[in-house]
Design a protein around this ligand. Structure first.
Ligand code: UD1
Ligand code: UDP
Length: 379
């Protein structure tokens, strides 16, 4: 039996964990035993608890309750907590998702104890080291024994950085295995889409009709913490809302910034905009329902960029660059940074875009099974 300790902490990691946990319980429970550790990086009910029951994710065996903090402070406390658990549980693998501070902490703790790291969502690069996530993912990739990339470009980035795709099992940090396997979030979107239609009342609750609203999310530090950027984005959303309703489930980071004294004027403008609806963060089933029925999505989120594509929606990306370049290459998404004019131009172009095919670029919906099988093959 292979023993895996899985680290989750931020919202997207909790959702990602659903795919692998589901694959283990359905197909691999005789071969893999998983223990989930929640760092507590996200802790509000609607950023964490809401997902476990709704998505059938096993309750974490441990919660480190680290909470928020400066990068160094938060990461250091997580490393300490994870190290203690690794010493106690002695897993065969530490499984890490994505690029958050929870990911980085797990990578540092496990690598010093010679515990093999499995990195799911490996190889993605923005080539912008001002992003904390870029630092986290580079460090994690280079400490991992098994690296699973959701995209071809992610896999190629790893090869370009010296990873040898011809390496053979058994994999280790000095003989790492790199794989292109598709995206576990695509697995999840396929799995939960029907349940979302059945269970979610989010459209009715918010008076939204299919294809008659824009969905938006904002949470990147570059957008929330630079006042001109936050103002420019909201000004653009206010302008768009005069044409089409805009619904925005607001991330706590963005909410906190809008409530700060320097954004008093902006907040007043938002509150006066009749067709711009700021709502609390929603559950994943509600989010899928909002995405699937929107006419267009505006976001700086990695996950939401992809889901926009999964549900055949054009997407305006509020970033200067993206890791998900395959989506850009299809023309279904446009990069606009936090630039008022670019946001509006992209909106005009994409909202009037002719319907056409969204080619399959995120795998076959079985990335989680591939990851589990590869782990079993390596043991
Ligand atoms: C983190 C990740 C980011 C990911 C995002 C997903 C890092 C460096 N960043 O960003 O990659 O895209 O999660 O959402 O790991 N807060 C609350 N309640 C919560 C959680 C956060 O109020 O449950 C507030 C706190 O004021 C906190 C701020 O949000 O200081 C930022 O939270 P943090 O986890 O540090 O970073 P995110 O911006 O959420
Ligand atoms: N999401 C959600 N409720 C919300 C906003 C987002 O369930 O109110 C989901 C979204 O569908 C996606 C994930 O959270 O699966 C993305 O997380 P986030 O945008 O916080 O982080 P990122 O993907 O940018 O790291």
């Amino acid at each position: 039996m292979i023993k895996i300790l899985t680290i989750i902490g931020a919202r997207p990691q909790i959702i990602k964990a659903a795919a692998i946990s589901r694959a283990i319980s359905k197909e691999f429970s005789g071969k893999i035993k998983e223990f989930i550790v929640h760092t507590g990086q996200h802790y509000d009910d609607n950023m964490s608890n809401v997902f476990f029951e709704e998505l059938g994710i096993p309750k974490p065996s441990y919660n480190l309750n680290i909470g928020s903090g400066l990068h160094g402070e938060q990461t250091a406390r997580m490393i300490e907590g994870i190290e203690e658990l690794l010493l106690k549980e002695k897993p065969d693998y530490l499984l890490l998702y994505g690029d958050t501070n929870s990911t980085l902490s797990g990578a540092i703790a496990a690598s010093k104890l010679n515990i093999h790291i499995v990195h799911v969502e490996a190889g993605l690069r923005s080539y912008n080291r001002k992003m904390p996530e870029e630092i986290n993912r580079i460090v994690c990739d280079h400490l991992s024994s098994l690296l699973f990339s959701p995209t071809k470009s992610g896999f190629q980035n790893l090869v370009n950085e010296g990873f040898n795709s011809a390496n053979k099992a058994p994999f280790s940090p000095d003989n790492s295995g790199v794989f292109h396997c598709g995206d576990i979030m695509y697995d999840n979107s396929l799995h939960f889409v029907d349940l979302a239609s059945k269970k979610s009342n989010i459209l009715v609750e918010n008076g939204l009709a299919t294809s008659e609203y824009v969905l938006a999310t904002i949470h990147r530090d570059h957008n929330t913490d630079i006042p001109e950027n936050l103002t420019s984005i909201f000004d653009a959303l206010i302008t768009i809302s005069k044409q089409l309703k805009v619904v925005l489930p607001i991330h706590p980071r963005t909410e906190k910034m809008l409530q700060s004294s320097e954004h008093k004027k902006l907040l007043r403008k938002i509150n006066e905009s009749k067709n711009l609806f700021l709502i609390p963060p929603v559950s994943f089933l509600d989010m899928i329902q909002l995405e699937k029925n929107s006419s267009l999505i505006i976001t700086d989120s990695g996950g939401v960029q992809k889901e926009s594509y999964f549900f055949n929606k054009p997407c305006i990306v509020l970033r200067p660059e993206t890791e998900w370049i395959e989506i850009l290459e299809t023309g279904k998404a446009k990069l606009v940074s936090a630039d008022y004019k670019k946001i509006l131009t992209a909106f005009d172009n994409l909202i009037n875009m002719e319907q056409s095919e969204f080619p399959k670029i995120f795998g076959d919906g079985k990335a989680a099974e591939f990851i589990c099988e590869t782990l079993i093959g390596n043991s």
